[in-house]
Design a protein. Structure first.
Length: 195
């Protein structure tokens, strides 16, 4: 994958895609797998395939009633958004140029594909060595490729952002959120090692 860039900023706006045919075929294959899973998410459903859990994050881990109400309000909207960005990726999978709007949809779709694949592989923050004979090697290669392509897309899209104003970052802490209260993670569950 190292070498020629797959995504570059276009002078006419948007981005140019230089993705080889075999990589486009990989994206199409992954789209089919994820799209099929999303088709199984009916409106208002409280349970989704465990592989989709990262696409539908828990808002109220400690309050089942509040979580149910939240799901009733946002589940269909979230599922619709995920289907929409995946549809844009499918529709433009052979394109050599993407508008800014389509590039933004690609970014969301690549993220969705990575989240589902990462859930299947049980990806954590700890690096993992994958042996050449690992039965999941193909999925690991796909996950790494999606990460690489997403990174290139972010870099290309950031070229359209205006430069920050002089001094804009002065006084901003490295982590503006600080430590989570009571040792809780973003999803409201305890961090490991915190009681």
């Amino acid at each position: 994958m190292i070498g020629r860039r797959r995504v570059v900023r276009s002078r006419r706006g948007g981005v140019e895609l230089r993705i080889p045919a075999e990589e486009r075929a990989l994206l199409a294959s992954l789209l089919g797998e994820i799209g099929h899973l999303l088709d199984g998410v009916p409106e208002g459903a409280s349970a989704v395939d465990p592989l989709l859990a990262r696409l539908f994050p828990v808002a109220y881990a400690r309050d089942a009633d509040a979580e149910r109400s939240y799901e009733e309000v946002v589940r269909a909207e979230l599922a619709g958004h995920h289907r929409e960005v995946l549809a844009v990726l499918a529709r433009t999978s052979e394109a050599t140029h993407l508008s800014d709007a389509d590039a933004d949809a690609w970014l969301g779709a690549l993220n969705d594909l990575r989240l589902v694949l990462g859930t299947a592989l049980e990806v954590t923050e700890q690096p993992r060595d994958v042996a050449p004979d690992d039965p999941e090697l193909g999925r690991w290669v796909s996950y790494t490729y999606l990460s690489y392509l997403q990174g290139e897309l972010v870099e290309a899209m950031s070229g359209s952002l205006p430069p920050p104003a002089p001094g804009a970052d002065e006084g901003v802490p490295d982590d503006p959120w600080g430590e989570p209260p009571g040792g809780l993670r973003w999803d409201g569950t305890d961090r490991p090692g915190v009681t």
